[in-house]
Design a protein around this ligand. Structure first.
Ligand SMILES: O=P(O)(O)OC[C@H]1O[C@H](O[C@H]2O[C@H](CO)[C@@H](O)[C@H](O)[C@H]2O)[C@H](O)[C@@H](O)[C@@H]1O
Length: 293
């Protein structure tokens, strides 16, 4: 594996992106939610997409040459209420996938949901004395929020979370980091990148996959689309599997507007709709597809 570099600013990658689109007939546009379409806020319940992103996404949803998907760490039931329109949604970092009118849940994650529930309830009690610590129970995963916790309290929260997961999750649950959060989920090799690969495998031939995200859990999705597709990281210029970067959800919205207007004209016509049987050479292996039931 080659060492990852910080992505280049979008403007410096614009021509490469344009030429990838020029060689494609269809775009699979996958978008993370928090920090990408919605600015990061203190209260997770208050996260809302910026109007420019909502409107640009509406245009993409209506474009026959584009298939859209939201790929979020939030529970599917939660993220669906926050942004409407896309054809597909992946929740809980890809452990649940809604498309074509049905929802698939990773079978191992389903089996471990009771453990996640016990861990979240226990943490609510254990962390009750830590000012502003908050536990978000997302059924298949859980999130411990640190954003509003005074920094002196962070080591306590981290220690207590580790102790509870070790006691109740043994080898079956793991903790991973996020933006001022600790994510607790089943210890299985499955993430957003797997969900993106499943969606990509359904696309028509000559689809270019695109993924925009801002966090560590988005890296597997960047790896799923790069280098043939387009990975765009939002925020700081840390090493990433994405090749391009933007600074903020405002810049994400501007990019989506560009994609929906001038960039779609670059596509190699004639357009083919998303339901044409896939002849793509880039597809998810059957073993991956069969992991979600
Ligand atoms: O994959 P995403 O859609 O980006 O979801 C990742 C996590 O997002 C949420 O937490 C983050 O956003 C909050 C609201 O801005 C912020 O308060 C928090 O500090 C961020 O980490 C969400 O609450 C989590 O469940 C998601 O896993």
């Amino acid at each position: 594996m080659t060492a990852e570099l910080p992505p280049q600013p979008l403007e410096e990658r614009r021509e490469q992106i344009r030429s990838k689109l020029a060689g494609a007939a269809h775009v699979l546009c996958c978008l993370d939610f928090d920090g990408t379409l919605a600015p990061i806020v203190e209260d997770p319940d208050a996260a809302t997409p910026i109007p420019a992103a909502t409107s640009a996404l509406e245009d993409l949803v209506a474009a026959p040459a584009v298939s859209t998907a939201i790929v979020s760490g939030r529970a599917l039931s939660d993220v669906r209420t926050r942004i409407d329109g896309p054809a597909a949604y992946a929740g809980n970092h890809g452990l649940e996938l809604a498309r074509d009118g049905s929802v698939a849940i990773h079978p191992v994650a389903r089996k471990r949901a009771a453990q996640i529930d016990r861990v979240c309830h226990t943490l609510e009690t254990v962390l009750d004395s830590v000012p502003n610590a908050r536990v978000e129970n997302k059924r298949l995963t859980g999130t411990v929020h640190l954003r509003s916790v005074p920094s002196a309290g962070h080591p306590v929260v981290e220690r207590q979370t580790r102790a509870v997961v070790d006691a109740l999750g043994a080898d079956s649950l793991e903790i991973s980091p996020g933006r001022k959060i600790l994510e607790i989920g089943p210890s299985i090799p499955w993430g957003k990148g797997n969900a993106v690969s499943l969606l990509d495998a359904q696309m028509p031939p000559e689809t270019v996959p695109l993924y925009i995200g801002d966090d560590v859990t988005d890296e597997s999705a960047f790896r799923a689309v790069e280098p043939e597709g387009i990975g765009i990281r939002v925020g700081e210029a840390t090493p990433s599997a994405a090749s391009a970067s933007v600074d903020s959800p405002d810049e994400v919205a501007s990019f989506l507007e560009w994609l929906g207007s001038s960039a779609l004209e670059e596509l190699d016509r004639p357009d083919r709709g998303p339901n044409v049987p896939s002849q793509s050479t880039r597809s998810a292996p059957a073993t991956v597809a069969s992991r979600l039931e």
